[in-house]
Design a protein around this ligand. Structure first.
Ligand code: B16
Ligand code: MG
Length: 219
């Protein structure tokens, strides 16, 4: 196992609730619709602009706005979201993750972040984890979002690792599909029926240890 490629939202910290809060406010204020609770999980791993377009489709306003107006709405959502994540601290790191990062570093495994979020460097800084990672893939530099493999390929390339020699960790179905498409071993965190394509599934981040990842890799 040369490297581990980490999703961020749902694996390192839970930002889905903040995304949902900001999207809900935007939908209500700008589009006059209430988003159903299912949007919180449906938008996991989906890029900002793709999320915006899904919400416009839900509001039956897909063709109503110009590209510039859609961008301005996505920017408004991000401003709301930034206010929320500005409050993150080390206490918001999901259980087991700090221990896992220490174990992997002790075993000389390179660590890279493969998040769809353009805010990943800021979030890691707020959590006090920025220095623990060898690289953060930039989602602005990849052509296709999850479930395409691009962000995981970029995350592996940034640590000079062969993707087939890496384990990817994801909480979203589209993310697991992206890991598999990249040729890496997929470890899912969450419900096994949602993450059936993963090589190994654990129910919570607390169960993520070096030995669980090493076993998944040897499978
Ligand atoms: P941003 P991940 C994803 O993070 C979130 O799950 C998704 O809800 C969000 O829209 C996306 O990042 C983009 O985030 O607006 O901050 O660039 O799960 O890929 O770490
Ligand atoms: Mg995620």
């Amino acid at each position: 196992m040369q490297g581990v490629l980490f999703d961020l939202d749902g694996v390192i910290t839970d930002t889905a609730k903040f995304h949902f809060k900001a999207w809900s406010r935007l939908a209500k204020e700008k589009l006059g619709v209430v988003l159903p609770a299912s949007f919180e999980s449906d938008l996991k791993g989906i890029s900002r602009i793709d999320s915006m377009n899904r919400i416009l489709k839900f509001a039956k306003m897909a063709d109503k706005y110009s590209a510039a107006e859609v961008d301005a709405m996505a920017q408004y959502k991000n401003d709301l979201y930034l206010k929320e994540i500005g409050k993150l601290t080390q206490a918001d790191i999901l259980p087991g993750i700090e221990n896992l990062l220490d174990e992997l570093a002790a075993n000389k495994v390179k660590l890279s972040v493969a998040s769809a979020s353009k805010n990943a460097p800021f979030i890691l800084e707020k959590l006090g984890l920025r220095q623990q990672f060898d690289a953060i893939a930039d989602p602005a530099k990849v052509a296709h979002g999850k479930p395409a493999p691009d962000i995981f390929l970029e995350a592996a390339a940034k640590i000079n690792a062969d993707p087939t020699q890496c384990v990817g960790i994801e909480d979203a179905k589209a993310g697991v599909q992206a890991i598999k498409a990249a040729g890496a071993i997929a470890v899912g965190v969450g419900n096994p029926s949602d993450l059936a394509e993963a090589d190994t599934v654990v129910s919570s981040t607390e169960e993520l240890t070096y030995s669980v990842l090493a076993l998944a890799f040897q499978k």
